[in-house]
Design a protein around this ligand. Structure first.
Ligand code: AMP
Length: 307
């Protein structure tokens, strides 16, 4: 098993009805690395930050087993910055600022040690960069999982479609699935997206869980844990994707049945992510705490079939 993660490593500033943060560690890549650390001992990261990115933030990733040889630090440049605001309804958010900075001319380097990676998680980032990483790997990984967002659909749709055509699994939220496919119905949306290339599509529905579809017509519905308080949903989607992919990497089994387990693993980690600001809750989680949470998901959706 080996897992390589591509994605933004960033500064985020978040506003929710419960408070707000200054620039804290964020980015899809950071969430995915932290989530993955609970299933894989090490994970490689391919990303870029500016000179302003604190060493202590990089240490958080390293302390969770992340190999940072593929993390470029650009002298004299600024780290990607994103700011978002959530209103009373935590399911919808407003992007206040997206400063690409160092991401604007990101030329990803794949270190030799990452070349034979078996699992590749393309976290949210320019679809051109995501594709460059696939092309710069000498062997195609056993499984490529990709996540994206409306930002890239708005500005680079053709490039996005080219990259989607090269991956095995696409994770996407419900609104974005509608935007990408032109279909309001999620079953139809998944079918249209699978025609674009991926054999599996996961549609994330925030507090309503996630749906897994594959080209053979199989479907699985995973719940989200009903929580009294969602403190900050930022990064939940990335955490979910990281938990999903790293569970598959850990078990080495990419069957539909194992993907069902992987979805629950991802959902459990995402349920921690939303309990505190940013990545705070994903740092230093104990194994028993995760196991207890996974068991809650089992209880939540288990019923006697003798009706
Ligand atoms: P999520 O809440 O899972 O959609 O992901 C939130 C994370 O995505 C934040 O930590 C942001 O830094 C990151 N992000 C937001 N916009 C972009 C973008 N255009 N490209 C890459 N990462 C982004």
């Amino acid at each position: 098993m080996s897992l390589t993660i591509v994605g933004s490593v960033a500064f985020d500033a978040i506003q929710t009805p419960y408070g707000q943060t200054d620039k804290i560690i964020g980015g899809a890549g950071s969430y995915i690395c932290l989530a993955s650390s609970y299933f894989t001992k090490t994970q490689n990261v391919i990303a870029v930050v500016g000179e302003d990115f604190p060493e202590e933030y990089i240490s958080i990733l390293k302390d969770h087993g992340t190999d940072t040889e593929g993390l470029q630090i650009k002298k004299g440049e600024k780290t990607f910055f994103w700011s978002g605001k959530y209103h009373e309804n935590m399911n919808s958010r407003e992007t206040l600022v997206t400063e690409l900075n160092v991401l604007e001319h990101f030329d990803p380097i794949v270190p030799d040690a990452y070349q034979n990676t078996e699992y590749l998680m393309l976290g949210n980032l320019s679809p051109i960069v995501q594709r460059q990483v696939i092309e710069r790997l000498s062997n195609r990984p056993k499984l490529i999982v990709m996540d994206t967002m409306n930002f890239w659909m708005d500005i680079l749709l053709d490039e996005l479609k080219k990259t989607i055509a090269m991956v095995d699994v696409l994770t996407i939220n419900d609104e974005e699935a509608e935007q990408l496919s032109g279909k309001k119905n999620l079953v139809e949306a998944a079918e249209v997206i699978m025609e674009m290339g991926p054999s599996t599509v996961i549609i994330k529905k925030g507090e309503h869980g996630a749906l897994l579809f594959n080209k053979e017509g199989k479907v699985f519905s995973a719940p989200a844990l009903p929580l009294r308080q969602v403190f900050d949903p930022t990064g939940a989607g990335d955490t979910f994707a990281g938990g999903f992919t790293s569970y598959l990497a850990k078990t080495g089994d990419i069957s539909f049945d194992n993907m069902k387990k992987a979805i629950i693993a991802g959902s459990a980690l995402a349920s921690f992510c939303v309990e505190k600001f940013g990545t705070e809750k994903l740092v230093g989680l104990a194994e028993e705490t995760i196991t207890e949470r996974i068991n809650k998901f089992v209880e939540l959706s288990q019923f006697d079939t003798n009706i």
